[in-house]
Design a protein around this ligand. Structure first.
Ligand SMILES: Cc1ncc(COP(=O)(O)O)c(C=O)c1O
Length: 376
């Protein structure tokens, strides 16, 4: 019986304990504590944006970004079909309409060539979602956004420290967002951040994060709706400690990716797709190490075999136009995005969290090899 290999283990090996202890000793456990400003300043500076607004999740950050850009009823927002549901949820909740584009079969990111074709008079924003390890092709996307005067929300939730042509992901958006969920390269357990260069937009995001309290006037009198999406000082304390370790964390992610690339290269001859090690703009940062099987049945069979050997995997995202919650609302009728659909059905990812041991990596690679040896 092999040991169990979870799909993600976070790495908390820096000053996390010391900083959390400082919160407990000082009593600063709410969003009022000093680590919030330190984390906002440190992370925004690291990414290269002027303002950081820490929030309770990446999904909350997207809700705020959509509201702060004034996206509302019947506004169209272009985004990938293949992504986590959060960007589409934010747009639909605001009364807007997600307008989807298919994926690039090589990088698994949104196919930016399709974006221009989907622009209409109702287009209010574009959401770029960097997916799994390589960045969206930002140059053509920025060119389109600029040409049509459309703001860009950059969802860099999975892309801490990744570069697009030597510039950090998360520094391109009119407003950008990150997630710090436990499986992210930098984690606060749960958490997120909005980043932007515009002070007015930053203040708007801050207000929406905190129940839209009015900065002046009678407290508890509100002119509009906001959320409690505040991050706690405890979470920010983790964030500050994690940020100190971000360069070694990036190196470790890449090391995990390179290990799987080398040991699983034989799968390419068997019809599997591995993530590209790089493209024209970036080296893969391998937020997760994904595999795309030659068929849905093969994916199911290998995932089942790994589960029988106590190795956890996760299926890839499920497409937006096939989400029952959206089709039930009459959205995306008859729409097809063949590349995205194929990724969703045939893709899954291997244990690739920062806390994985070399022994577990070895075990995953050997178990996969034994699956194929057994089939010969
Ligand atoms: C691309 C992307 N955007 C947004 C989110 C949402 O972040 P959170 O889980 O912090 O709400 C995630 C979460 O994994 C994500 O991968």
């Amino acid at each position: 019986m092999s040991t169990s290999v979870p799909v993600n283990i976070p790495l908390l090996s820096g000053n996390e304990h010391i900083y959390i202890d400082q919160c407990l000793q000082s009593g600063w456990i709410s969003s009022e504590g000093p680590f919030i400003a330190e984390f906002e300043k440190g992370f925004s500076r690291y990414i290269g944006m002027d303002h950081g607004i820490a929030v309770s999740s990446g999904s909350g950050a997207l809700d705020i970004a959509v509201a702060a850009l004034g996206i509302g009823r019947n506004d169209e927002v272009i985004m990938p079909a293949f992504t986590i549901i959060s960007p589409a949820l934010s747009v639909v909740r605001a009364g807007g309409i997600p307008v989807l584009v298919d994926s690039d079969p090589l990088t698994w990111n949104m196919d930016v060539q399709q974006v221009a074709q989907r622009i209409t008079k109702q287009t209010k924003a574009i959401i770029a979602v960097h997916t799994y390890g390589l960045p969206v092709d930002m140059d053509p996307l920025l060119e389109i956004a600029q040409r049509y005067g459309i703001p860009l929300i950059e969802d860099a939730a999975e892309m801490h420290g990744q570069l697009y042509k030597n510039k950090k992901c998360g520094s391109f958006g009119t407003v950008s967002i990150f997630s710090f969920y436990a499986n992210k390269l930098l984690t606060t357990g749960e958490g997120g951040m909005l980043l932007c260069n515009d002070l007015v937009l930053a203040e708007r995001c801050r207000k929406l994060r905190n129940l839209a309290f009015e900065p002046a006037g009678r407290r508890f009198v509100h002119q509009e709706m906001g959320w409690n999406y505040r991050m706690s000082n405890l979470q920010a304390a983790l964030g500050v400690a994690q940020l100190e370790q971000i360069e070694p964390s990036i190196l470790r992610k890449k090391q995990i990716g390179h290990f799987y690339q080398e040991r699983l290269a034989f799968m390419k001859e068997l019809g599997y797709k591995l993530p590209p090690a790089s493209d024209h703009a970036a080296e893969n940062i391998y937020w997760i190490f994904g595999l795309v099987a030659p068929s849905e049945e093969e994916a199911t069979d290998l995932v089942r075999f790994l589960a029988e050997h106590n190795i956890s995997t996760r299926p890839f995202f499920w497409c937006m136009h096939e989400q029952p919650v959206f089709t039930g609302m009459g959205l995306f009728e008859q729409e097809r995005y063949p590349v995205a659909e194929s990724l969703a059905r045939r893709g899954f990812y291997l244990p690739s969290g920062l806390g994985i041991s070399d022994a577990h990596l070895e075990l995953v690679a050997e178990t996969i090899k034994s699956y194929f040896d057994g089939r010969r």
